[in-house]
Write a protein that binds this ligand. Sequence first.
Ligand code: DGL
Length: 274
Amino acid sequence: MSQQNNPGPIGIFDSGYGGLTVFKEIHKHLPDYDYIYLGDNARVPYGTRSFETVYEYTKECVFKLFELGCNLVILACNTASAKALRTIQQNDLPEGKKVLGVIRPTSEVVNQFTKSNKVGILATQGTVNSNSYVIEINKFHPDIDVFQHACPFWVPLVENNELNSEGANFFVQQDIQQLLQASPEMDTILLACTHYPLLLPLIQKYVPEGINIISQGKLVAESLMDYLKRHPEVEEKCSKEKSLQFFTTDDPEDFNEKAEIFFGKRISSNFIKV
Ligand code: DGL
């Protein structure tokens, strides 16, 4: 058996720390597997970059995870899922390797939260411009109207740990008001960016009661559980020693400090060059 067919850790990729909010839920739901998390902190943010750049960066990181022994990689980043996933799946995958994203599993179940069929999406400019959520949600649920709004200041606010500053209050209130103006019937708002769950207490403050606010970590974790059940040929290529490894393309000290906020516990990361 060639080395690439040996069971290996599940790779979790994000442009930075944000994917740790998704990884936290995946690890909670599927604690037995081995995992490698890779954050491309040296090149974050992806949300403001072109299609070509996000595709190239994401491909490099995915192949680094393959090199480290992963057979299955989850793009925890919405921007990477929106701009790079499909092209990587269609053109670049070596035999026996799989890459999955976060947009499809979230879009598939969004109907469970809305009664009015009017759903708001808060995301990075890149995700909004890609129209991926509108396309995916309408594929599964053509009767749902999707309204998108980009929040370019939210990622920097979270990166700088400004979770309740005056600036954070200003931008969160303003962006939510702008989204809600799109439809008075909107009853569901999807936080379609890995960083946004960290702003949840503030978001709840400005979203009127009765509107569902959905974070995607749990939805992605449940969808992965289901995927592994339905695909035993992929599942058996995921090793189960309960090991966790963290890599960053920037400063590991800085990563460890921030990771505590996003992942909820202290971790130890290593530098990696992609
Ligand atoms: N992880 C990205 C996302 O979910 C946000 C951070 C970035 O812009 O790179 O879209």
